[in-house]
Design a protein around this ligand. Sequence first.
Ligand SMILES: Nc1nc2c(c(=O)[nH]1)N[C@@H](CN(C=O)c1ccc(C(=O)N[C@@H](CCC(=O)O)C(=O)O)cc1)CN2
Ligand SMILES: NCC(=O)N[C@@H]1O[C@H](COP(=O)([O-])[O-])[C@@H](O)[C@H]1O
Length: 203
Amino acid sequence: MAALPTIVVLISGSGSNLQALIDATQSGALKAKIINVISNRKAAYGLERAAQAGIPTQTFSLKQFRDAGKTRVDFDIHVATAIQALRPDLVVLAGWMHILSPEFLSHFPGENVINLHPALPGQFDGAHAIERAFEAFQQGKITHTGVMVHKVIADVDRGQVILQREIPILKTDKLEDLEARIHSVEHEIIVEGAQAFLNALQK
Ligand SMILES: Nc1nc2c(c(=O)[nH]1)N[C@@H](CN(C=O)c1ccc(C(=O)N[C@@H](CCC(=O)O)C(=O)O)cc1)CN2
Ligand SMILES: NCC(=O)N[C@@H]1O[C@H](COP(=O)([O-])[O-])[C@@H](O)[C@H]1O
């Protein structure tokens, strides 16, 4: 039987999207094996989720690099080298809150780094997208937002879209209502997006 495609997941926080990927690999909804989880924050609960699933983890601290007189690019190259050593078929950014440099991306010419972003293409690039969408809705500028999975390029959140889904914003919504609706969709689309990428890889 052919070996399953391998995935390395990068996180910075709670890891609920990592958990969705873990659950999907265990149920068979995602035909792949998560071989490593990397966090840039040692307190990230996602590391605990990985450990509970028996997945090896690594933590890399930008602060430690800076304290050692090294640069953001030194950090990126170190992380990229650690990932390259594992030779994954796919790298998934699941709440990885660090902008990756071109030097990092140069280690992945196969464009096999994808990201989950809680907004539609070109709407709210960058951090705090959900809050910014909610504020725009309150100002009457938008009626809906969305979630997308996209390839990662140097231009943040502007890579080729793999999957996207629109999400309505209701007049009765508080921010937490929209956050819950978005997170629920995220947990589905990150699995579907990863599988879609791997399917395309195998064609
Ligand atoms: N080169 C790329 N790097 C990253 C991408 C990308 O598309 N291209 N996606 C992001 C994920 N992301 C949005 O989806 C995102 C995450 C974080 C930031 C940001 O401003 N980070 C700050 C630090 C914020 C913090 O530490 O809380 C920073 O890096 O200075 C923007 C977008 C992942 N990287
Ligand atoms: N710009 C990237 C970004 O905002 N990512 C967001 O970080 C959260 C991670 O949650 P998690 O740690 O529970 O998976 C998710 O909402 C994800 O969309």
